[in-house]
Design a protein. Structure first.
Ligand code: ADP
Ligand code: MG
Length: 698
């Protein structure tokens, strides 16, 4: 059997299904199908009863009747519930999508087999269970490890549900008569006691027992992480070898004047340490590529400014790029204020900079009159040319892609030093994979006097109490954010939520006693900026906003944040939002408002937020709950984070082993010339040839 055979030639596929497989799952060949792994296994060796459901960890198989369909909620909150009854009792079934179709296709009172993961909320329920007619069910399937393949609505419409994919696997594997070529060298297989490739692949689809499944998984996870780490490590070492960087010898007058006369407070220990680490990079003769992690409010801006001043002291220019106009504007304001009367020139360049001002900036950059340029991605446009850019800082990296980082490299003949700042704490396993080519510094200490934000959960029905709380805070002279979800700026429903909310707040907080600002994605940049300024200056007491305020905005007098529909936000977004308060010495509050009905995942997220303010704890939890594929930023990062089998939240140990193996291989044989490593070379070329994101970095 040829692994590279077009999938349409597999019996049971054909042209139409082949097209769906290619489009939805990127399965084009037999090999692609072999590498399309189940995402879970269901125990079909036994039926559970509703009384035996104990945990939400295991998907269960139940037999019983479905009745009592009820449509609940309106519009986008509409969902369908039904009662599932077996000999032992009853549970609830819930559907959020395909409601009409479900209701039409299920016969009330008839016996069905259902599978699904139970959820606990005032009793057990299963959302979107898989439903099977016992008469049509395959009697032969009594496996403890019945594989489940993920599919979507489009695939299901092409008759490609999980079971159909499993059948295709069966057809394919019935043709496999000899072993596939190994994808790891024998010495590594031996050293790490790995299952041979073909056995591992067969067992991942058709596990013989628990032990072979565990071995198969380990082998495939190891291999996946090994090649990612190998790729990252070779990019890193290539970069270290070839990349000359400017040497910044001087800590001169500009830095010292600032440090001695303009610093409004003393640096935290962590800030000092990080400045030292970056300075060591500047002196090393190599290009600095550093990720600066620090929780929201840990004081990254100041560190950025001090690093830029070192560049200036050495005769270079520096730039700072932020993801949004609001944030760039704010950095500009903060930095010009900190610099005061120092002889340093700073300009702001964003999408709304006038043509005239823009021309002046272009000219001043080239003549060297301008020392520091702050801006949005307008900074990386081709017509922005520096006389001598020595340092580029990117704030809130997760909003930018790797390609944008690469563009900055080319703003000088010798690439400038690069510092990437992020407030999204990233667990070590993830940062090693996502930013494995960067060195990492962490600001792990908050400025003194910060009080942790008190976080509470309120239901929509308690809104009047929340309004009272807001009035009390305003009476104390403080300001308040009220945030609405807006996943995509174009979503009309969310927009309606926001405008309804804004109106009700205006009614509850009427002039002249109160003034309310509003900021959302449909406003022009100038309007947004004006509203922000009114709030920042304390002219308005309440800021109603969408998540545009998520990153970076700094109004220390705003001490309360109310997050509407908090159940719609992911953990890291909630954490970022909450970071907008608690930025001064006053006690701050965050109120998470939700609907009365919450999924168990949403409930977990809210609980975590109420329990801790530690960004690292939150991001670990987030990774555990969601898996890294969904982590903010991983999608755009350019890293192949769509891992097939490894799970960065749980497979830290496999990752360490794989990284160790990759590093051993590269130190013994940097360019993979040795015969025993030819297997690796072939596989690596195959895996990464299509992916040019990697080469673009260097
Ligand atoms: P972030 O890391 O989220 O970008 P900022 O740089 O915006 O944080 O800093 C948050 C707030 O903390 C700002 O108001 C800043 O002036 C203040 N700050 C920064 N460093 C210190 C320090 N060493 N001591 C006291 N306050 C500080
Ligand atoms: Mg910041």
């Amino acid at each position: 059997m040829q692994l590279d055979t077009d999938i349409k030639y597999l019996p049971g596929v054909g042209a139409a299904k082949a097209e769906s497989l290619a489009k939805e799952l990127n399965i084009n060949t037999f090999e692609d199908l072999v590498y399309y792994f189940p995402y879970k296994y269901i125990d079909r060796s036994r039926f559970y009863t509703t009384a035996e459901i104990r945990s939400d960890e295991i998907a269960v198989q139940l037999k019983g009747v479905i009745s009592n369909f009820r449509k609940q909620g309106v519009k986008y909150k509409e969902h369908l519930t039904a009662t599932f009854t077996d000999s032992a009792g009853r549970i609830e079934l819930v559907w959020f999508k395909g409601i009409d179709w479900i209701q039409k296709s299920i016969v009330p009172g008839k016996e069905y087999i259902i599978f699904g993961k139970p959820n606990f909320y005032q009793g057990w329920s299963i959302a979107h269970p898989e439903i099977e007619d016992p008469l049509k069910a395959e009697k032969s399937v009594t496996s403890q490890f019945y594989p489940q393949y993920s599919t979507n609505e489009t695939l299901k419409n092409s008759k490609l549900n999980s079971r159909a994919i499993q059948k295709l696997q069966q057809t394919l594997w019935s043709k496999v008569t000899s072993a596939f070529p190994e994808s790891l060298p024998q010495y590594i297989i031996q050293k790490y006691n790995l299952m041979p490739l073909t056995d591992a692949l067969r067992n991942i689809h058709f596990p013989k027992n628990e032990e072979t499944l565990a071995k198969a998984r380990f082998r495939l996870k190891f291999e996946e992480l090994f090649y990612i780490q190998l790729n990252i490590l070779s990019i890193k070492s290539a970069k270290n070898q070839k990349s000359h960087g400017f040497v910044f010898n001087n800590v001169g007058e500009i830095f010292n004047t600032f440090y001695n006369n303009h610093l409004p407070f003393s640096l935290t220990g962590a800030q000092k340490r990080v400045v030292k680490e970056i300075r060591a990079d500047f002196l090393s003769g190599r290009q600095c590529n550093r990720l600066l992690q620090g929780d929201v409010g840990s004081g990254k801006t100041l560190v950025a400014l001090m690093c830029m001043l070192i560049a200036l002291d050495n005769g270079f220019q520096a730039c700072l790029m932020a993801p949004t106009e609001i944030l760039a504007t704010q950095h500009f304001a903060t930095i010009t204020q900190l610099l005061g009367d120092m002889p340093v020139t700073v300009s702001l360049l964003t999408g709304s900079t006038s043509t005239k001002a823009r021309r002046q900036i272009h000219e001043d950059l080239q003549t060297g009159v301008l020392n520091i340029l702050i801006g949005t991605h307008a900074l990386i446009e081709d017509d922005v040319k520096f006389q001598n850019l020595g340092l580029a800082i990117i704030d809130e990296q997760h909003r930018f892609g790797v390609a944008q980082r690469a563009k900055l490299y080319h703003k000088n003949i010798t690439p400038p030093h690069i510092i990437v700042m992020t407030a999204t704490p990233i667990p070590r396993t993830l940062s090693m994979t996502l930013y494995g080519d960067l060195d990492v510094s962490v600001i792990d200490e908050m400025p003194p006097g910060r009080k942790p934000v008190k976080t509470t959960h309120s239901f929509d029905s308690q809104r009047l109490m929340v309004f009272k709380f807001m009035r009390d805070r305003i009476a104390e002279g403080h300001q308040i954010y009220v945030v609405y979800p807006l996943i995509e700026e174009s979503k009309n429903l969310d927009y309606k939520d926001l405008t309804d909310g804004y109106e009700s707040i205006c009614r509850a907080f009427p002039p002249p006693q109160y003034a309310v600002s509003v900021v959302h994605g449909r406003m022009k940049p100038e309007e947004k900026d004006k509203a922000m300024q009114l709030f920042a200056k304390g002219i308005t007491q309440i800021m109603v906003a969408t998540t545009v305020i998520e990153v970076g905005v700094n109004v220390p007098n705003a001490t309360t944040m109310v997050i509407e529909s908090a159940e719609k936000f992911g953990l890291s977004a909630l954490h970022q939002l909450r970071g907008r308060v608690g930025r001064g010495g006053d006690q701050s509050y965050c109120i998470l408002m939700t609907d009365y009905k919450l999924s168990s995942d949403a409930k977990k997220r809210i609980d975590i937020m109420c329990r801790t303010t530690d960004g690292f704890v939150i991001s670990e939890e987030d990774l555990k709950m969601r898996g890294p594929g969904d982590m903010d930023g991983t999608q755009q990062s350019g890293t192949p984070m769509q891992l097939r089998i490894a799970d960065l939240a749980r497979d830290g140990q496999v990752l360490m082993a794989a990284r160790g193996a990759a590093s051993d291989v590269l130190s013994a044989d940097p360019s993979l010339q040795l015969p025993q490593n030819s297997v690796i070379k072939i596989r690596q070329n195959k895996l990464f040839s299509k992916d040019d994101n990697w080469s673009r970095i260097s």
